[in-house]
Design a protein around this ligand. Structure first.
Ligand code: WTA
Length: 635
């Protein structure tokens, strides 16, 4: 099996890029024709960034699961589709061939229908990293239901917010999840969440950990029992979808308000994840691709499920964490399953670096051909450690820049095809037209420049809307600069024309590769009864990339500060999830505010970073003295 649109040399990249800019419609039409469609599209592309309206392959009819499953069952029924490695290395791994995965998806799609699911319904998935999670996702797509996967680390409150926003009618979950030496009670989180979610009719519960759960009459049912009921039924046929019908919603944090539901559609997303998977990683038939992300994040959607499976690849799913039972776990998995492609986050690399070389000793990593990183800027030290110790200077590293909103990779080198440069994502993929703009919205041209990163032309995988609130999509992404999609990232273009992402320019933090809005964390902290006000900023953290620094005003003096900190952290964990717990909480008597009441975050950011001078002009502050107090008590 080869991919006719796989770029194999720098010259081919240049030709493809040029064509994608000069003639985008015929470029994408040719690529899209490699997939299985029931009816061809009426138009390749309709767009304007003002509304915004973006339609790719409109009128085309397809089902993404036929492209991920049926197509491959015909060609390679016994090829492994999913290899699964359990949290506990002593538990047996599992392999599902394309034929088996197709069958399970077809059966579970019948289960969903039996439980009332219909095309267009929204279904919330809150599950551990087990093959049934991928089966659940694909079964939704099979029947045209819109999946909304929520990461298993989010709190009941967060799950509830997401279910309510999308008005889901079904939840698919498990009794619990194994993560390292912990067992996380997923079902009881769902029970708590559903108190405030009247739209939910059914909860389907997979048995994974065997922990005790409470099953509500009528509402709750076991996955295993439901599967038995459909064991002899014909497999569920694929629902015919329009290319622009919704495929999924995925919630992500922004600089203001609650997380928004990023909307992706069937056709463009399929083409984009497939095209980027095949080209960025230079996937060759038969290789084992190991993406270490959780399917609760976009990286898992695009590069564990849809990209690899639409390419007939073997995708490895890992239930556990890199440091349990020891820091050699990734390397054991690579050796055991002869992994060729490893795709992980800089934060994972940095945390493993901290264990030194011992965990790598004696591990056979010789099958590795391509390494990838995603989620945050990679510092040069981590890049070189990865290159020297894991790739043995023999595997190209792709530094892939993209976002939940972009559906798949936008800027990255292509493994072994275009050159890598430490800490640079390097060049845009064909179809991607990046521009840098200054604070006035003027394009900064030429090389050796920096600015805010925008994209000026649509690509097939881009978001179409934010669920239930299209205006929010417009104001968040398309109104800062006219006719441009604004990414929220700062970026520089060096003298070679290579792009380096420098990090968010808005109030979004990137903590261990997870996007967290400062406003969200502040809202959570402020829910604690002892808190009057708070301000949250990010600061450099050696392993997490960014840490969360919270300045908090209490409503009365508390003598036991340590206890108060724990309480506040607990509140944040309850409201958002443990991933958003502040690393540092400093109690202050006031916050630096302008006369109009605006918190001067710039100053707070500098103090959190340990700067004591150069705080800028503080004379416009309501109470300049407060800066001194905060500085003197910095943690
Ligand atoms: C950051 C994750 C530098 C960036 C796929 C972006 C990166 C945000 C890189 C999106 C990279 C992602 N280099 N920064 N290679 N990849 N980012 O939505 O700030 O969880 O805006 O998507 O992560 O995070 P999200």
């Amino acid at each position: 099996m080869s991919y006719p649109y796989q770029i194999r040399s720098f010259e081919e990249y240049q030709v493809a890029y040029k064509k994608s800019v000069e003639n985008p419609e015929s470029f994408w039409e040719e690529i899209a024709s490699n997939f299985k469609w029931h009816k061809k599209w009426d138009a390749v592309l309709n767009w304007n960034f003002n509304e915004p309206k973006v339609e790719w392959f409109k009128g085309g009819q397809l089902n993404i699961t036929e492209n991920c499953l049926d197509r491959w069952v015909e060609i390679q029924p016994n090829a492994p589709a999913i290899i699964w490695e359990a949290n506990n290395p002593d538990e047996k791994d599992r392999t599902l061939t394309y034929k088996e995965l197709h069958q399970q998806v077809g059966q579970f799609a019948n289960v969903l229908k039996n439980n009332g699911a219909r095309k267009g319904d929204r279904i919330c998935i809150y599950m551990p990293m087990v093959p049934e999670l991928a089966i659940a996702v694909l079964a939704c797509a099979r029947i045209g239901a819109i999946h909304s996967v929520v990461f298993g680390g989010f709190s009941a409150q967060s799950v509830s917010d997401r279910i309510q926003d999308a008005q889901c009618n079904i939840v698919i979950t498990a009794d619990g999840a194994f993560r390292g030496n912990k067992t996380i009670p997923l079902k009881s989180v769902i029970d708590e969440a559903l108190i405030t979610c009247p739209s939910i009719q059914k909860v389907i519960v997979l048995s994974r950990t065997g922990i005790a759960v409470s099953m509500m009459n009528e509402r709750d049912t076991w996955w295993e029992d439901e599967m038995k009921k459909v064991a002899d039924a014909p497999l569920c046929p694929a629902e015919i979808m329009d290319a622009e019908d919704m495929l999924f919603i995925l919630y992500t944090s922004g600089s203001t308000g609650k997380p928004k539901g990023v909307v992706h559609t069937c056709g463009g997303y399929m083409v984009w994840t497939n095209y980027t998977f095949v080209n960025v990683f230079q996937y060759q038939s038969g290789q084992v691709h190991f993406c270490t992300a959780d399917i609760g994040w976009v990286t898992g959607h695009s590069y564990i499920i849809y990209g690899p499976l639409s390419a007939g690849a073997t995708t490895l799913m890992f239930e556990g964490i890199p440091t349990w039972p020891n820091a050699g776990r990734f390397w054991d998995i690579i050796e055991k399953h002869k992994v060729e492609i490893l795709y992980t986050a800089p934060t994972a690399i940095r945390s493993l670096m901290a264990f030194g070389k011992d965990p790598i000793e004696g591990k056979d990593l010789s099958t590795l051909k391509v390494l990838g990183t995603v989620g945050e800027p990679i510092n040069e030290e981590a890049w070189h450690w990865y290159d020297d110790n894991i790739g043995k200077n023999n595997s190209p590293i792709v530094d892939t820049w993209w976002q939940t909103e972009t559906g798949g990779v936008l800027i990255s080198n292509l493994a072994g095809v275009t050159k890598a440069k430490p800490s640079f994502a390097t060049l845009p993929l064909p179809g991607v037209q990046p521009v840098l703009v200054d604070e006035n919205g003027n394009e900064v041209s030429g090389n050796n420049v920096s600015g805010n990163l925008c994209i000026k032309f649509p690509w097939p995988g881009m978001l179409r809307s934010t669920y239930g609130d299209h205006e929010r999509c417009r104001t968040t992404y398309f109104s800062t600069y006219k006719n441009l999609y604004f990414t929220g990232d700062g970026c520089l273009r060096d003298s070679d024309g290579d792009y380096r992402i420098t990090g968010r320019v808005d109030d979004v933090l990137n903590v261990s590769g997870h996007r967290i809005g400062t406003a969200e964390v502040e809202n959570a902290i402020n829910m604690h009864s002892g808190v009057v006000e708070s301000a949250v900023v990010g600061y450099h953290h050696d392993i997490k990339g960014q840490g969360i620094y919270a300045y908090v005003i209490l409503n009365s003096m508390h003598t036991d500060e340590a206890h108060m900190r724990q309480d506040i952290s607990q509140t944040v964990a309850k409201v958002i999830g443990a991933i958003a717990k502040p690393d540092k909480i400093q109690f202050v008597s006031g916050l630096p505010k302008t006369r109009s009441g605006k918190i001067m975050r710039r100053i707070l950011r500098k103090i959190a970073e340990g700067e004591t001078s150069n705080l800028g002009d503080t004379t416009t502050l309501l109470d300049p003295l407060i800066v001194e107090e905060i500085k003197n008590n910095k943690l």
